[in-house]
Design a protein around this ligand. Sequence first.
Ligand SMILES: Nc1ncnc2c1ncn2[C@@H]1O[C@H](COP(=O)(O)OP(=O)(O)OP(=O)(O)O)[C@@H](O)[C@H]1O
Ligand SMILES: [Mg+2]
Length: 359
Amino acid sequence: MGSIFSQKPEAFGLDISDRSLKMVKLAKTKGELKLSSFGNWPVPPGIIEEGEIKDKKRFGEIIKKVSQEIKQKTKLKSAICSLPEEKSFLDVIYLPQVKKEELREAVSYEIENYIPLPVDQVYFDCEIIRPISTQQKQLEVLIVAAPKKLIDDYLKALKTGGLKPIVFELECLAIARALIKGERTQKPVLLIDFGETRTTFIIFSGQSLRFTSTIPISSQKLTESISKTLKVNLKKAEQLKQKEGLEGKKEVFEAMIPPLTDLVEQIKTHLDYYHSHEKKDRLKKDGRELAKILLTGGGANLKGLVGFLIQNLKINVELGNPWINILKSPLREVPQLSYKKSLSYTTALGLALRGIYGY
Ligand SMILES: Nc1ncnc2c1ncn2[C@@H]1O[C@H](COP(=O)(O)OP(=O)(O)OP(=O)(O)O)[C@@H](O)[C@H]1O
Ligand SMILES: [Mg+2]
């Protein structure tokens, strides 16, 4: 929690995606949180691909421009930045009891069993999490890792562009901080971030994330499918997607069926994986059954998507509320940022919360 004695600088959240940069700054006054500033900047194709900076020069130019605008809005340059899911790793591992100060070393011996890179090529972090398993003798440890090269590239570009990245955080952790009330659940919840270029699955249970995975099925794929099937350009297809969704013209609905079927299959695969995972057996009985799916990301705004998923998955599906840990219940939007738009800002809101509550 934040402290009045904290020397840590105020910071904003910066969500770095393949096709956009999004910033949120929260402020705390008289114990209440409020939105102090936000912004969204497009990133043209080919500059960042699957989280990797492909064109350093152009990315640098974008950061320079964006950092000037952010400084005007917030007077700050300290940023809590997201790391792309595609290139990062997260797992929960089980270790024999070790002293807290020996944890990092213990993890460094184990981590190569869980990630596909040598330990000297990654930055990693670890944290003991409250156990939800029945095997209380072992420690449950959340490990996260990302390639050094990836982080060093981001660090260099952001610094050169005039920002001060003080924390890099996996996007899934920021999403969970934004969507899970009080950051704890009785039963596991599946969070799905349906974005422009990717969809991320996140299982959260107890007080921690348990699993994450990212696939290339995305809202953009729906637009492309409409464009191809109905022989309209991408701009028109985007308009049709947003206007008609799954509840309007039949031909638009039908044009989106192939990628939506892929999405449903992927959700089923992830649910099957979760249910059959060996770690499941370690869970207490009442902690196994999935409570619900929470949808977020701009793509979650597709009209009729919630109903479509409920029908095809036979599971409780709801839209998430990325303000749940910021505003008083049941508020889910602020005058400057509608609920629909807020779904695109879930990651940035989660990062901004970390900027408020310490890092
Ligand atoms: N009303 C709507 N109906 C359908 N789709 C929508 C609607 N509003 C926005 N979208 C879609 O949401 C997508 C943008 O989502 P979001 O802002 O979460 O993506 P992103 O964070 O930039 O990308 P990613 O996380 O995939 O890298 C776009 O593809 C857009 O078409
Ligand atoms: Mg996103």
